[in-house]
Write a protein that binds this ligand. Structure first.
Ligand SMILES: [Zn+2]
Length: 354
């Protein structure tokens, strides 16, 4: 007889402290508690199985559903914070909506289409480099783009903890918006050029993530901004940087379960001379293979786009095991999960569509 036990844990984990992470171009200010997800442990052997990032790699390579994920679409909202008189940010015009739609389209292209600048020979890349993750702001004409007139919000920005404040205030009036990853675009009197985000929770499945950035007037910057937001969405789906810095540093221990072998091991000897990468925004990532400046989505380079198989695995894992799963919409996998032995699930998993 098959028995499945689920235990809902409601421990609330608190706060990531704010640290500045410098890089040229757009800067990511996101911070993760060190190894937050690794501190979340359960006793069962099933936990070791279901928390393994390799399990979720959408490579279609075996008959288990986790490797055959359908396209998973993440609902996103954009909140433009204007002054009380409606000035100081994007205006509610067809042009603004077109620009945001184009940015989301670019982000979806990044998540489904990019090979590595610094190829590692032993790595089997995802079919078509497709992470099977997409983002949506809704149908054309019904985009979830909201214009909020609030001068104090417009001018005030507390880099990390402020996102909780904005979230809480927004959701008090619009609880339905908790179903979306909310992107806040604040006013920009100081010409800020960075973004940040809140990572998902591994224990409070109702908690909210968010992304913050600042108004940029010129459409010439839209493509670069798409790269920045794509990177922040990677954080929302539990990815860490591939470079060391003050925020969200990578797991650099090759024996750690969350080590990204297919990003850092140039050979399976193992040779970790490629770890960590170097965040150099302006250097051509394609120029030299092995210089540790790469086009990885989490690499801090202007060409940040490539997603490795294990990174895709981490994101799909987050869509089962963290609070970010509440944003996802997808069809069921064509391959069902069949459990033929007795399993103890002492953790909370949402097996959406996979
Ligand atoms: Zn980042």
């Amino acid at each position: 007889m098959t028995r499945i036990f689920g235990l809902l844990l409601t421990i609330r984990l608190f706060l990531w402290s704010g640290v500045l992470l410098a890089q040229d171009g757009f800067t990511c200010l996101t911070t993760f508690a060190d190894s937050l997800r690794l501190n979340c442990t359960y006793n069962s052997s099933e936990w070791s199985y279901y928390r393994n990032q390799s399990l979720y790699v959408p490579d279609g390579n075996s008959g288990i559903p986790f490797h055959n994920a359908p396209i998973k679409t993440i609902n996103v909202s954009i909140n433009v914070i204007q002054k009380n008189d409606g000035s100081g940010n994007f205006e509610d015009t067809p042009d603004t909506r077109n620009r945001f739609r184009r940015i989301i389209n670019w982000i979806n292209d990044f998540y489904s289409n990019y090979s590595p600048s610094d190829q590692i020979n032993w790595v089997s890349e995802l079919p078509s480099y497709d992470s099977k993750i997409r983002f949506s702001i809704g149908e054309e004409g019904e985009e979830r783009i909201y214009f909020i007139k609030n001068t104090s919000w417009w001018s005030y920005y507390d880099a990390v903890h402020g996102l909780y404040i904005y979230n809480d205030t927004l959701f008090a009036n619009h609880p339905e918006r908790m179903k979306d990853v909310n992107i806040f675009i604040f006013g920009n009197p100081y010409n800020y050029n960075f973004a940040n985000s809140l990572p998902p929770s591994w224990s409070d499945f109702n908690s909210n993530t968010a992304i913050a950035t600042f108004y940029w007037p010129s459409s010439d910057s839209d493509y670069a901004k798409a790269g920045t937001i794509a990177h922040e969405l990677g954080h929302v789906l539990d990815l860490l940087h591939t470079y060391s810095g003050n925020g969200a540093p990578p797991v650099s221990d090759p024996y750690n379960m969350d080590f990204l072998k297919d990003v850092f091991l140039v050979s399976l000897n193992p040779d970790i001379s490629n770890c960590p990468h170097i965040a150099d925004y302006n250097t051509d990532a394609y120029a030299v293979n092995g210089d540790r400046v790469t086009n990885n989505l989490m690499g801090g380079n202007k060409d940040q786009k490539y997603i490795s198989p294990l990174q895709a695995g981490q994101m799909h894992r987050a869509l089962s095991l963290t609070s970010s799963r509440k944003y996802v919409h997808c069809e069921k996998s064509e391959v069902p999960l069949v459990i033929t032995d007795e399993q103890l699930w002492d953790f909370n998993i949402n097996y959406i569509g996979t």
